[in-house]
Design a protein around this ligand. Structure first.
Ligand SMILES: [Zn+2]
Length: 263
């Protein structure tokens, strides 16, 4: 597998979404992940002299696919995404474990991560000097997606698979939810000094109107309670809040997710 350098560009959309454009440095062919809206994507392409070469989709929610029809009316490009028909515009369905090789030479491993939705996929590329993960609404900076369709056990397994990726993997999630997520994380693990440090650093970025995304798998493992459900500290906090005895990591995740839903 050849080494490449991916340039990943945030395209802010709606209130707090990030659509992600990426291309190889020196190559004008760009791909967009989860184009919920077409106009900001067109603008970002034009500003940089890039041409759209393809679309990757993580899951079927409207803020991730709403711009696809409009983009396809102007660009004849493939749409990679879940098999099973949840996203009708998908021309090239992909499944867990597939290797998706794009025309620009970038290769992604497809990881099925059900939980937020049942069709949810993540795309992982380890060819660049720093590995890259596009994970939609599954793993957020400091949190995870709500369980609209899946069960806690599915989300637990999905997050465990992402946590097993290299620590330096850059995590490109789809929303700027970080500060609210970290405020909740502090309620769960008030004694976590890595978390306190992170809150200071991320708040400084927000004060400068900079994105807090991407984060890294290593940073998430040290500060994100949803990746820490096997730790005694998180289990104790979840038990204290729920008033229930919890044994497995899946049960802890279920309790923490439901706590966050009402936080
Ligand atoms: Zn979603």
């Amino acid at each position: 597998m050849s080494t490449i350098t991916l340039n990943v560009i945030p395209v802010p959309a709606f209130r707090d979404n990030y659509l992600w454009l990426f291309h190889q440095t020196g190559d004008k062919r760009a791909y967009v992940v989860d184009p919920g809206d077409a106009e900001p994507v067109e603008k970002a392409l034009a500003e940089r002299g890039l041409s759209l070469a393809g679309i990757l989709v993580t899951h079927h929610h409207p803020d991730h696919i709403g711009g696809i029809d409009r983009l396809l009316s102007r660009h004849q490009v493939p749409v990679y995404g879940p098999s099973g028909g949840s996203v009708p515009q998908v021309s090239d369905p992909v499944n867990d474990g597939d290797t998706l090789t794009l025309d620009n030479g970038a290769s992604f491993t497809v990881i099925a991560v059900p939980g937020h939705t049942l069709d949810h996929l993540a795309y992982f590329c380890d060819q660049s000097p720093v590995p890259v993960l596009f994970c939609g609404d599954t793993l957020f900076a400091g949190g995870c997606g709500r369980l609209f369709e899946g069960k806690p056990a599915q989300m637990y397994r999905s997050l465990s698979r992402l946590a097993a990726l290299p620590d330096d993997t850059e995590v490109y999630c789809a929303h700027e939810y970080t500060m609210a997520n970290l405020a909740f994380a502090r309620a769960v693990e008030g004694d976590n000094s890595a978390l306190a440090d992170r809150i200071t650093r991320e708040q400084a970025k927000r004060d400068r109107q900079q994105p807090t995304v991407p984060s890294t798998i290593g940073l998430e493992k040290s500060t994100n309670p949803f990746l820490r459900c096997d730790l005694e500290s998180v289990k104790k906090a979840a038990q204290a809040h729920s008033g229930e005895a919890l044994s497995s990591g899946e049960e802890v995740l279920a309790a923490v997710r439901s706590w966050k839903d009402n936080f």
